[in-house]
Design a protein around this ligand. Sequence first.
Ligand code: PHE
Length: 455
Amino acid sequence: MAGTSPQTRDSFGSKFGVIAAAAGSAVGLGNIWKFPYEAGKNGGGAFLMIYLVFVLLVGVSVMIAELTIGRSGQRNAIGSFKAIAPGKPWFLVGVMGIGAAFMIFAFYGAVAGWTLEYVFQSLKNGFAGKTPHELEDMYHTFISGSFRPIIWQTVFLILTAGVVIAGVKNGIEKYSKILMPLLIVIIVVLIIRSVTLDGAGEGLRFLFHPDFSKITGKTVLSALGQAFFSLSLGMGTMITYGSYINKRNNLLTSAVQVSLTDTLIAVLAGMAIFPAVFAFGINPSEGEGLVFITLPSIFQQMAGGYFFAILFFVLLAIAALTSTISLLEVIVAYFSEELKMTRKRATVIAVVVIWFLGMICSLSQGPLARFTLFGLNFWDILDFTSTRILLPLGGLFIVLFVGYAMGTKRVRAELSNEGALKARIFPLVIFLIRFVAPIAIAMVFLNAIGILKIG
Ligand code: PHE
């Protein structure tokens, strides 16, 4: 059983374990499912450019800030704030984060369930002989059903709960270490097939040639939200994982390595998808179905496509699992440490609530699609509130906390491992955390709500 009190806290065993677990959290459906469809909806190249700028200037800073809070506070997303700034309202940032974790897990679990259906379909050769148009129908029929998507979602939640109950070392670390490199290899194979299709060039142009006339405040907010979502930032995941990181680990290098790996995988996924999207005449702004329609179409055109499809969807499901584990861990660490529940009980309660919310998300793709608020269904509301609002806002408060409230001495001590590391880039890091990241986030918000009109 993993530790539940600060004295007996579990921690990641090896240096590679830390990176693997944090990268396992970051790399998931956000890279392979969400990034391509957000890029597709928001004009391609321009979105990618803005996204990359946000990862470098804001994402890395927030990641460093979160790891610092967690390792210094030695507790969960809420408890760490309380430990560092007792009696102050900063812990509310953690409360927001726990809320975001529930919301994200609800719709993320639904998509994770779809990946299991696609594993099943690839096993029974269900894509064989289908045109891109037929694959589109197949996808829409499946997700709008009331029964099947919910069954798979339930299976996925049970899998996640199983790993989280097993505890940090035996669970998360063990599962995170494996198979990530294999996923990269498969994506590279997919890229090779995708870019050699007739008419693929247009897809590469779409992804890499920025058309800045397409940029609006909404595009910029989407790119910022996507950077947070993909890097698992703004809601305490990295605070929680940071609290499991050994005091000898170099937080700066870990943050940079995880951010770069995550971004590389998103770009590779885009390179696998867009050439095929254009070659097959699929609409790039198709939305949530984009990868589920495009990838099976590519597998149809490949030697060994049957096996690649199985392998790909299995790996995608595992990548999703290492992310849902981290979402659940944020909640469970809080329930068990602050509310003094056992890990098992905390997990069961969290998963039942998520299951219920997730079921409504799933049904909002079909039977409940008519129920909307401001034109958004339940799923879109959770996605919008968490990704576009709570994560960037959480990130803003996190950098402000580390930049101004935590005290430079404590931050420096944490980042230099009490002086053991040289941390020569410390002034640059603190500059990013204090000025660049908060100003950038605040500007995007103000621009999106129309107070400040840039461009
Ligand atoms: N970063 C994960 C992904 O890209 C999703 C996630 C978001 C996980 C927020 C934890 C917290 O799939």
